[in-house]
Ligand binder design. Structure first.
Ligand code: NAP
Length: 476
């Protein structure tokens, strides 16, 4: 089987050196992504590592078709750079889905190209055939699954679970049998017919569609992270088949970090990955609104407030904790929030920000937004650090956050979010919540916090409402 790169051992020394440098940069870059202060630098370092790996592959004696690769690089750059530059922060999950899916698709196509180039795998060693076919199946599942995830998040497909019921499970089993069966036939040399390979591609494609279509749009960030891990594993498998060490290392890093991230997100929502894959949570109406409000007192009422009253409450506080959520991201209110915090600090108020691990729609969403508005990093407090501070907080200002503050997660065993760790804002002396209506958040359930007697609601768009409060604070 021809390889895109010769074995690592046979590479010239300077190419080996470049690869080792790139691996070191990947790993160092990744280690820098653990905190907002170093994350941007970490991203650049890892990107430099990838550039070096690409250059090393091109300089390798067996690099192959330079012109074709140059055309691929140009097309990728023309599509990728403007897309990444123009994407809104709230649309980042679907962009990651698309880029990730393309990686899986590339792996499947490489496998197919190798199969065609060799006229079947009858004469190829099993050590190459098995990872090639594994990469092909997983890469194809990841490509098609990621396209569905993209379409759901972009609202090109309905966000609700789409399922064929029990038939779908039977079909999935059948498709798996076809994919594995055709792989065995090819691997054992029983067939060299291209139709068998196409059967693998088609059955894996349908498996990818059937895997993601039944999952509600709201669970897509976790699914994308899972598919990301799949793509990493398929790329690593292709690296083994092509004897390309760089692809093995990069693929394994993506596979491992995607798996860890998926687990962390599931743990932060107190849900298991099988429960997420089974669908039916926050899928656009699958959980009845009010479903988590079983603990609401009879005739519970909501108290609304005005920007002027909120300004007085905030200005005379000693400590204010700002709790940002998805609504802050949608409204792009981060700069307005920073401005309000500056005004309060001028008056001697201590301002901190409480960051829940899954506030927003992707991990680190709030950190990125607040960093963009130059919020000092030492004011950003992780959930475990800020929760003990709420009992000595005068005002918790909740801006476009909902589920991550819902006390039902601690108190209502019937609630779908029971057990999810939350920001315990209800322990503050008073709470002001900015949102547009009483609509539920991601999980589709009521929030007991809004009916608490120490809570007042300021209804409006986050950016506008925060701006109004700032104006009132300045006028005091
Ligand atoms: P949330 O529970 O989805 O609530 C967001 C709230 O923002 C909504 O109730 C909405 O109420 C309000 N809102 C929307 N647009 C607004 C605007 N322009 N101005 C003001 N308010 C606005 O958000 P969250 O508290 O951040 O919780 C995140 C949820 O996402 C969790 O359930 C988490 O499990 C889930 N999730 C997160 C991740 C992740 O990695 N971060 C991944 C998967 C799932 P109105 O419509 O009334 O304004």
């Amino acid at each position: 089987m021809p390889t895109l790169a010769t074995s690592f051992v046979q590479e010239p020394d300077f190419i080996k050196g470049l690869y080792i440098l790139s691996f070191a940069l990947f790993i160092y870059g990744l280690s820098q992504l653990t905190g907002p202060r170093t994350a941007v630098r970490g991203n650049r370092i890892a990107a430099a590592g990838m550039l070096i790996a690409v250059v090393a592959t091109l300089l390798s004696p067996d690099a192959g078709e330079w012109v074709l690769m140059a055309i691929g690089l140009v097309i990728g750059t023309i599509v990728g750079v403007p897309a990444a530059r123009s994407v809104r922060m709230t649309a980042m999950p679907q962009m990651v889905a698309l880029f990730n899916g393309v990686g899986g698709g590339a792996v499947a196509l490489i496998a197919w190209a190798e199969f065609r180039a060799e006229d079947g795998f009858a004469a190829t060693s099993l050590a190459v055939v098995i990872p090639t076919l594994f990469g092909c199946v997983i890469g194809s599942i990841s490509f098609w699954g990621s396209l569905v995830a993209f379409a759901k998040l972009q609202e090109l497909l309905p966000g609700r679970p789409i399922t064929l019921g029990r038939v779908q499970q039977l079909l999935s089993v059948l498709l798996l049998v076809v994919a594995v069966g055709a792989s065995v036939l090819i691997a054992t040399g029983s067939t060299t017919e291209e139709i068998a390979f196409i059967a693998i591609l088609v059955s894996a494609a349908l498996l990818g569609l059937f895997m993601v279509l039944p999952i509600g749009g709201a669970d897509m960030p976790v699914v994308i992270s899972l598919l990301n891990a799949f793509t990493g594993l398929s790329a690593a498998a292709t690296g083994i088949a092509l004897d390309n060490t760089s692809l093995i290392v990069a693929g394994m890093i993506v596979g491992a970090s995607g798996t860890i991230l998926t687990n962390l997100m599931a743990a932060a929502m107190n849900r298991s990955i099988p429960n997420i894959i089974a669908g039916g949570f926050g899928g656009g109406g699958t959980v009845a609104a009010g479903g988590g409000a079983a603990g609401l007192p009879e005739g519970a009422t909501v108290r609304s407030t005005s920007a002027a009253d909120a300004a007085i409450q905030l200005s005379y506080a000693r400590q204010v904790v700002i709790v940002p959520g998805y609504g802050l991201a949608v409204a792009q209110a981060q700069h307005a929030v920073r401005e309000l915090a500056r005004e309060l600090e001028k008056r001697g108020v201590e301002v901190k920000y409480a960051i829940h691990p899954v506030a927003g729609r992707m991990p680190g969403h709030m950190n990125v937004l607040l960093a963009e508005a130059d919020v000092p990093y030492d004011q950003l407090k992780e959930m475990d650090d800020i929760n003990p501070e709420f009992p000595r907080t005068d005002v918790a200002l909740v801006i476009g956050a909902n589920d991550v503050t819902n006390p039902a997660a601690n108190s209502s065993p019937d609630s779908p979010i029971y057990g999810m760790p939350i920001l315990e804002v209800n322990k503050s002396d008073s709470v002001i919540v900015i949102k547009r209506s009483m609509s539920p958040g991601f999980a589709g359930i009521d929030n007991e916090l809004y009916y608490d007697e120490k809570t007042s609601m300021l209804f409006g768009d986050a950016k506008g409402a925060v701006g109004e409060i700032t104006g009132e604070v300045q006028a005091l």
